[in-house]
Design a protein around this ligand. Structure first.
Ligand code: BGC
Length: 856
């Protein structure tokens, strides 16, 4: 290493830490606790976790080396008590700890509806306290069944012959404006809640997709400002949603397209109003037989897969306001028992996040207009139209254009994905249309599928967390995963699994228990722990994880996963499935038993790690021993003396390296064979869903980022670049979804909006930006910044919003000098690598703050 380079880098980096520089103590006020969250959410209104967990981020200002040496939380029953430093619920006292998330509330047991106001202050590394944070709050949900007096109501007739949406309405009178009003609402179906002419909240498609036979989420909204003294109206629009409408694959799997969980959509609401004048009294407005319902409104049908038909001639102006005449509506039908568990929604809602305007309009055939939004996307269309009464406008949604400029819908399979708007004639009607949204990690949003396919998120979960705050979302979905696990321990291929019961009745055991898919039940909790330090998630998933391992073991005593692999998709959509004569046609796919055994080993490895985190050392050792035994069996059966893995595929070597399945002496050979495999594919990948991003990571781990950069820079297929050159604005499901001259792949399975091979973004975060978590310090208490330039890039910049704050990195190089700017959040530390010419890299241990490193 050239000393001068190191010195220059250290000087430019201002690397000398505060103590070495002559310790300047930051003024107390320069450090603040911000972004206070409860169970990953900001000020949630209904939490049903009995011991909620708190977190905050530390804003260290411009001071470097900020750490939290202690914290104090105060929790009070009123804002006034909190402001007066009277923490009547809980005072943690000054607690010596650097922990700033996953902190369990330790006050008295919480009860339904209870409001908790809290604040936190932190002591920095000099021992100086910050000011108290701004107050935050959470409210408990309805924790016990008797808390609910609302009944499930709906139209008297099920959604079978008539599939129009149900409109529900109830008028009530208040003597005064309330001091606080919270409404708890849910549906077997999908609902929009209205009060006094306004839509309540910003949720869409609430209560979202769960296994309604097991659990249904409810939402809570603060509607205090919407209520008034005198007459008030509460109402809702109720559609079929996932409960009674179409669900992907239903027709194919169980021979009916809709009404999977039930055929009778229902709505539930409980409005609780605290009187402003009589303290301590609560009035309740609940769904019951006094409500009125109709199916005569404008929404003639609404379906997640097929779209919506809206007839503006049936609009009912003022239906959600006082003064509307509903005397001709029916009396609501009350269900006696719907058999579901009501749970508070733990995840961020599905909501509208932005408006997108078309970038071009064309008319490829007379009367047919194509609006190009410039981006493959999901959402709703807002239109303003004028025209004669009864005119119907048909809106089809598609991902690609045919060569003649018309929209390509063949790949939607059974999903009509079409909205119809019939004009009332008198005036323009702007109307937001429902398209499709998720609440679960779906495989794709367009064709008749849209299911929580486990293999896809198993590979994409890492990327998804780098891209967005997924803590609450995946916490919710992991419940769906555990709900769908079969008694014998198999995780489902997708969760929720709406057809499980029916498939079992039909004596079909498929769509459960597939290598690489079921493993999401273990991989996703592990990712939550790595990225958020969420050990509670590990605890909640641990038994389910063990049951999955034990299912595989029981069916495969020789530890090679040859039996009971369900539908066995393998390393899905590898190069062998491509339809192109210029590429080698066979030899891309890792043999399925080899793939399955590697997944078995990997999942076992993670279970052993989980046990260790949870302090269960005996089981950690037991599963470690099982992992070693699987590894031995794998090597004996599938790996030759000279390190060739059965099938001799790129994928096989990538996965074996990634899951640490080879003896140390064979790793170098595996890397060489992997490179040979890439060469044989003319410098391209032959990998599938599971191995693509893992091969990228392994190339970099082996010091061959140059090859990884070649793969990501490729523009001939299979490559990401090829799809981008052909108009992709979202990741394609297949490498050859569309090929110039040849046209589209098989429309039976050809999505242009499928995240699985987009998992390469994890490589981009980890290698181009170089942001890497550290398993010895989960949740970014400590992390590694290790950018590896290459591929002709002269600069990169990006960030990750970690649970401890925003990590930023940007670098620039002209080939001689490398400049790297980093921001390390307060109360974290990082090991920073700086590539330097002539030396491999320079490594720094860095405390919080912003730094600039220059290496020559
Ligand atoms: C889905 C996938 C899924 C797969 C199982 C497909 O139809 O779209 O992404 O993982 O089935 O092989």
């Amino acid at each position: 290493m050239r000393i001068r380079a190191l010195q220059t880098a250290m000087l430019s980096a201002g690397l000398l830490l505060p103590a070495q520089r002559g310790c300047r103590m930051p003024p107390a006020s320069s450090v603040h606790a911000i972004t206070l969250r409860t169970e990953y959410l900001v000020d949630p209104l209904a939490v049903d976790v009995r011991i909620p967990r708190l977190s905050w981020i530390i804003d260290g200002g411009t001071t470097r080396g900020v750490t939290q040496s202690a914290y104090q939380i105060e929790a009070a029953s009123t804002p006034a008590n909190l402001a007066a430093d009277n923490p009547d619920l809980w005072d943690s006292g000054k607690t010596t700890s650097n922990q700033q998330n996953q902190i369990e509330y330790q006050g008295p047991q919480l009860t339904s509806r209870q409001q908790i106001f809290w604040k936190v202050r932190v002591w920095d590394q000099t021992g100086a306290p910050s000011e108290w944070s701004k107050p935050a709050s959470w409210s408990m949900g309805l924790l016990n069944e008797p808390d609910w007096s609302a009944r499930w109501i709906g139209d008297p007739l099920p959604s079978v012959d008539n599939v129009a949406a149900t409109t529900l309405r109830h008028r009530f009178t208040l003597t005064s404006k309330p001091s606080r009003a919270i409404v708890y609402a849910s549906a077997l179906g999908a609902y929009d809640l209205h009060i006094n002419g306004q839509r309540v909240g910003d949720h869409v498609l609430a209560p979202e997709f769960t296994d309604y036979h097991k659990r249904t989420q409810y939402q809570a909204y603060d509607v205090t400002p919407m209520l008034q003294a005198g007459d008030n109206v509460i109402g809702a629009l109720l559609g079929d949603g996932w409960y009674a409408g179409g669900i992907g694959l239903a027709q194919a799997l169980i021979g009916k397209p809709r009404n999977i969980y039930g055929d009778h959509p229902r709505f539930l609401a409980q409005l609780e109003i605290a009187s402003a004048t009589r303290t301590g009294t609560m009035e309740r407005i609940v769904t019951d037989s006094t409500w009125r319902v109709t199916r005569d409104g404008p929404i003639r049908s609404s379906d997640i897969l097929n779209g919506e038909s809206y007839d503006a001639r049936n609009e009912m102006p003022g239906w959600d306001k006082p003064g509307f005449d509903d005397s001709h509506w029916s009396v609501a039908d009350v269900a006696s028992n719907v058999g579901t568990l009501l749970v508070a929604q733990p995840n961020e809602p599905i909501r509208i996040t932005r408006d997108v305007r078309p970038i071009s309009v064309t008319e490829p055939t007379p009367g047919v207009y194509v609006f190009d939004l410039g981006q493959n996307m999901v959402g709703w269309v807002r239109i303003s139209v004028r025209g004669a009464t009864g005119t119907t406008i048909t809106l089809s949604h598609a991902e690609m254009l045919r060569d003649n400029g018309t929209v390509y819908t063949d790949n939607l399979r059974g999903a009509q994905q079409t909205d119809r708007y019939t004009l009332r004639g008198s005036s323009a009607g702007p109307w937001t249309q429902r398209d499709n949204m998720i609440g679960i990690p779906t495989d794709c949003p367009q064709r008749d599928e849209r299911l929580g396919w486990m293999g896809d998120i198993q590979v994409f979960s890492g990327t998804s967390i780098f891209n967005a705050d997924m803590g609450a979302f995946l916490t919710k979905w992991m419940r769906d995963v555990r709900d769908a696990q079969t008694p014998d321990g198999r995780f489902a291929d997708f969760s929720p699994q709406p057809f499980q019961q029916r498939l079992v009745e039909m004596k079909r055991g498929d769509f459960m228990g597939v290598p690489g898919w079921g493993d999401a039940g273990i991989v996703v909790p592990w990712r939550l722990w790595q990225q958020y330090g969420d050990s509670r998630q590990l605890r909640e998933s641990y038994d389910a994880s063990k049951r999955w391992i034990e299912f595989i073991r029981a069916n495969n005593p020789d530890l090679l996963w040859k039996n009971n692999r369900g539908n066995d998709y393998g390393d899905w959509l590898n190069a062998d499935t491509m339809n192109d004569s210029t590429m080698p046609r066979k030899g891309g796919e890792v043999p399925k038993p080899v793939f399955a055994t590697m997944m078995f080993a990997y999942a076992t490895d993670l279970v052993s790690r989980m046990a260790a985190v949870l302090g269960n050392d005996a089981e950690a050792r037991q599963y470690r021993a099982l992992f070693n035994d699987i590894k031995t069996a794998f090597n004996r059966a599938y790996v030759t003396e000279d390190g060739r893995i059965l099938g001799n595929t790129q994928a096989g070597y990538a996965l074996a390296l990634h899951f640490d399945l080879l003896p140390e002496v064979k790793r170098a050979a595996a890397v060489a064979y992997m490179l040979e495999g890439i060469e044989a594919y003319h410098g391209h990948m032959s990998t599938g869903f599971h191995s693509t991003y893992r091969m990228m990571l392994e190339l970099s781990r082996a010091g061959r980022s140059d090859i990884a950069y070649t793969l990501i820079n490729n523009t001939t297929f299979p490559s990401w670049g090829y799809s981008i050159e052909n108009g992709a604005t979202t990741i394609w499901e297949r490498w050859d979804g569309y090929v110039k001259g040849r046209g589209f792949q098989d429309p039976g399975m050809n999505s242009f909006n499928h995240y699985a091979i987009g998992a390469v973004a994890e490589w981009m975060y980890r290698v181009i930006l170089g942001i890497n978590n550290d398993d010895d310090h989960p949740g970014y208490e400590h992390f590694v910044l290790h950018p590896v330039p290459g591929g002709g890039l002269t600069w990169a910049n990006g960030s990750y919003n970690s649970i401890r704050g925003k990590i930023e990195i940007s670098w620039r190089t002209d080939g001689l000098t490398f400049t790297e700017n980093v921001t390390i959040p307060a109360n974290t530390s990082a090991t920073v690598y700086v590539p330097a010419k002539g030396v491999e890299r320079v490594i720094f241990a860095v405390q919080s703050g912003t730094y600039s490193f220059v290496a020559h």
